[in-house]
Design a protein around this ligand. Structure first.
Ligand code: FBP
Length: 557
């Protein structure tokens, strides 16, 4: 393979570990602590329901690694690892940290990678992860070392097959690197093994660029840092271009299936004229028409200043937070599930559109009819394996452009707007998911993987790897684990109440959103863009080892 100079030099980067994980492994002692405020892993309003569903793994204490003695760290282990869901920068370093921990504990220990996500475990498709293999992926983006997938381990047959694969390979543990759904799956797997007395530990690792797998014990999911800095570089470049050419309004859709953490962080980094936050739209009950006016007001105000250009950030998940759209999408989800075969038999796009329009409630049908043809089709495309509409394929930014253009034409006709409106549209998502991890993500992921090893070697199961105090220097980070059941509640999915890890949406009372609100009126009218530039890997720590504004503001810095 012809490798770029950066790729070669990144192989040599040595990720920074918390002090407790450095040196000899047998001094990494386990301390179990009851979480503050409650005696068991309760805390969720659904704790009794969760306890009933997880009788063998519920109620465990928090785990923290401290200086001491732990001879168990040196035992020989065989561990399986799965990458699950969308790519996030740093996944390879989780595997590298896990591998190095295992080998440091005992050179005879082995790491098996299941190929293509959870399906690889069910179908026992795996490769041995060797030193040579891992060395070719250190500090690189992507999940291609073993591949990922979005399958869920759901049915009793799938659980049995997973158990058989674990037995056949003599595994002591399975590490699941994934988001909220995958870690929910990890908790179910841990409970399944514990319930049948199969001595296999299951450990989760918090992954997702969306940044919505976080709570008291997980300060951020890995990949968020690199993804937002990649998008922020691109947004800053576009802002400079917009301010130079002075002729386009750029509408930029940013990834993030549900939560708007990515859009909010990019706004804090780049100071665009407008950034929509889906959670606020929902909380205020903003209609599509209200959002259109909000954007038009800024376009008009800037036009008054002779600035017929600007930048608008649109979170990918927005449509599902606009009240009337939420109802429409939910009706479409139910309809497409209930009438799958009749709908599937229709070939023509026009026939499909007619089919659904005739079956929607009057309000939803009226909204659906009012949408541009492309958006109509995007809304009835295939659902993801969880039955959700694939928001990354809905061109929300184009929908907003069409609405803004039409509304501005009305205002012009009424004499209330005199500017010019030309636009460009963009979608930044896949560009950031497999980028070379920032130093932060490289260090954090390696530490998460090493911590997963320490949790396994300490005999724990049903935990998620937890590395905290992330706004401090890496040497001062703490390492430990939190019981997965502690993060769960019961949610209605496909008609029944299911245990799921709580998704962390943007907190409208939180530091990042408040910091944004304090400034956005100014950003809307004036041109005060900020240019973060490309991720830097070498140079002064304030440039290379910084953390996101989200993390700083949430941690009160
Ligand atoms: P995860 O939740 O699996 O981490 O994936 C996040 C994400 O990148 C979303 O931001 C996006 O909506 C989705 O994956 C896209 O999925 P796909 O890769 O299937 O197009």
């Amino acid at each position: 393979m012809d490798e770029s100079p950066l790729q070669k030099i990144r192989y040599e980067y040595e990720p920074k570990l918390p002090a407790i994980l450095r040196g000899s492994v047998d001094r990494i002692a386990l301390r179990l602590e009851e979480p503050a405020g409650h005696g068991t892993s309760g805390g969720s309003p659904d704790s009794e329901g969760i306890r009933a569903l997880f009788p063998h793994t519920y109620g465990k204490p928090l785990a923290r690694f401290v200086e001491g003695s732990n001879p168990g760290m040196k035992r020989r282990l065989t561990v399986g690892v799965i990458l699950s869901g969308g790519q996030a920068p740093g996944g390879h370093n989780v595997i590298a940290g896990l591998f190095d921990g295992l080998k440091k504990g005992n050179p005879e220990s082995r790491l098996i990678g299941f190929a293509g996500g959870p399906g690889g475990l069910v179908n026992d498709k795996a490769v041995e992860i060797t030193g040579d293999l891992v060395d070719r992926y250190r500090n690189t983006g992507g999940f291609d070392i073993i591949g990922s997938g979005r399958d869920k381990i759901e049915t009793p047959e799938q659980f049995e097959k997973a158990a058989a694969a674990v037995r056949a390979r003599g595994l002591d543990a399975v590490v699941v690197i994934g988001g909220d759904d995958s870690n929910t799956n990890a908790a179910l797997l841990a409970e399944f093994f514990a319930g049948r007395g199969q001595n296999v530990s299951v450990i989760g690792v918090p992954k997702t660029i969306d940044g919505d797998l976080k709570n008291e014990y997980i300060e951020t999911s890995f990949g968020f840092d690199t993804a937002v800095m990649t998008y922020s570089e691109l947004i800053g470049n576009i802002e400079r271009d917009a301010a130079s050419a002075r002729k386009y309004w750029h509408f930029i859709k940013l990834m993030g299936r549900s939560a708007s953490h990515i859009a909010l962080e990019c706004a804090l980094q780049c100071r665009p004229n407008i950034a929509l936050v889906s959670e606020e739209v929902e909380a205020r009950g903003w209609t599509l028409s209200r959002i259109t006016d909000y954007i038009c007001d800024a376009v008009a105000a800037r036009a008054e200043r002779g600035e017929n250009f600007g930048v608008v950030l649109v979170p990918e998940g927005l449509v599902e937070f606009i009240p009337e759209f939420k109802v429409l999408i939910s009706e479409l989800n139910d309809l497409l599930a209930a009438e799958a075969s009749a709908f599937g038999a229709l070939g023509e796009a026009a026939a499909r559109i007619e089919f659904v329009t005739a079956r929607l409630s009057p309000d939803s049908a009226a909204l659906y009819r009012s949408l541009p043809g492309d958006i109509k089709l995007q809304l009835i495309m295939d659902r993801d394996p969880h039955g959700n509409v694939q928001v990354s394929r809905i061109e929300t930014e184009k929908l907003l452009i069409a609405l803004v253009e039409a509304r501005l034409a009305d205002r012009k006709a009424a004499g209330t707007y005199k500017g010019k409106f030309s636009w460009q549209n963009h979608f930044f998502g896949y560009e950031g998911r497999s980028a070379f991890p920032s130093n932060f993500d490289a260090d954090y992921c390696y530490s998460l993987g090493f911590t997963a090893f320490a949790l396994i070697a300490s005999g724990l199961s049903g935990y998620i790897s937890s590395v905290r105090n992330l706004t401090a220097k890496a040497e001062d980070w703490t390492a430990g684990g939190a019981p997965l059941t502690m993060m769960m509640n019961l949610e209605r999915r496909h008609g029944s109440r299911k245990p799921v890890i709580r998704k962390a949406l943007v907190d409208l009372e939180g530091g990042p959103f408040k910091a944004f609100v304090a400034e956005r009126e100014d950003w809307a009218v004036r041109t005060v863009y900020r240019f973060p530039g490309a991720i830097q890997y070498f140079g002064p720590p304030e440039v290379c080892d910084s953390v996101t504004r989200t993390l700083e503001l949430e941690r009160g810095r």
